[in-house]
Write a protein that binds this ligand. Structure first.
Ligand SMILES: N[C@@H](CCC(=O)N[C@@H](CS)C(=O)NCC(=O)O)C(=O)O
Length: 242
């Protein structure tokens, strides 16, 4: 039997022995889980990167996998390599669906960092969610229809972050009328693979707290941080007590 894949992913902020909040790391873990590939995960404290990690991977980003003697970085490259080496079950995304949701993360980040309610970032994010909702009205239960594919595993961790960070930092939720999108989020984040690889809400917030420019709206700044708990269901977003 082949040796387990060695994968290096982000550790939780303040908990170097626990899985952290990186959506790109989760994408790779999801791919390993859904393909039932045996793996060993090592958590990397990105605020205090070990010397051996920087020598092996000078760009210093996670996720990384070890392929023979080589370290391979970037979730796009890693998931493609895993697809080639472990073709069954296939997670190949048909070309026409490959870019679904590709603009979500930049739009989410733009709004999360915005301190000007008139700068258009909220409208841009809303347009992304609307376009996803329209997609899922026509294509479901997965992005490509009947079958789970790699594009779902790239998008799901980003949606999970959105459902935790937007309520917490901006008191903002995905509008309830986007029922097809919310159904998708509920279903994909309920998969065993997702629950096993998701960082709990408090680690997601701890991660975003470290990002430049990410701060809570002033009216939220005194309310509670998320409490301990694992696998917050995305359609029941973490809510702050105001
Ligand atoms: N394009 C990369 C992005 C990876 C990335 O941004 N990783 C972040 C954590 S989520 C990281 O390693 N940051 C540490 C650093 O930049 O030093 C991918 O898809 O893997």
């Amino acid at each position: 039997m082949a040796a387990p894949v060695e994968v290096f992913v982000k550790a939780a902020v303040g908990h170097p022995d626990k899985l952290g909040d990186c959506p790109f790391s989760q994408r790779v873990l999801l791919t390993l889980e859904e393909k039932a590939i045996p793996y060993n995960a090592t958590f990397i404290d990105i605020e205090n990167k070990p010397q051996w990690f920087l020598e092996a991977n000078p760009a210093g980003k996670v996720p990384v996998i070890k392929d023979g003697d080589k370290f391979v970085s970037d979730s796009d490259v890693i998931t493609q390599l895993l697809e080639e080496k472990y073709p069954e079950p296939s997670l190949k995304t048909p070309a026409e669906y490959a870019s679904v949701g590709a603009n979500l993360f930049p739009a989410f980040l733009g709004f999360l960092k915005s301190h000007d309610s008139n700068d258009g970032t909220e409208a841009a994010l809303l347009a992304e969610f609307k376009s996803l909702d329209e997609h899922f009205k026509l294509n479901n239960p997965f992005i490509a229809g009947e079958k789970l594919t790699g594009v779902d595993l790239a998008l799901a961790p980003k949606l999970y972050h959105a459902t935790i960070a937007l309520p917490y930092y901006k008191n903002w939720h995905i509008p309830e009328q986007f029922t097809s999108l919310l159904t998708y989020i509920q279903a994909i984040t309920s998969r065993e693979s997702f629950k096993k690889t998701a960082a709990p809400a408090e680690f997601v917030i701890a991660g975003w707290d470290k990002h430049d420019g990410v701060t809570r709206s002033p009216e939220l700044s005194t309310s509670a941080k998320p409490s301990a708990g694992h696998g917050t269901a995305a359609a029941k977003p973490f809510s702050v007590s105001l």
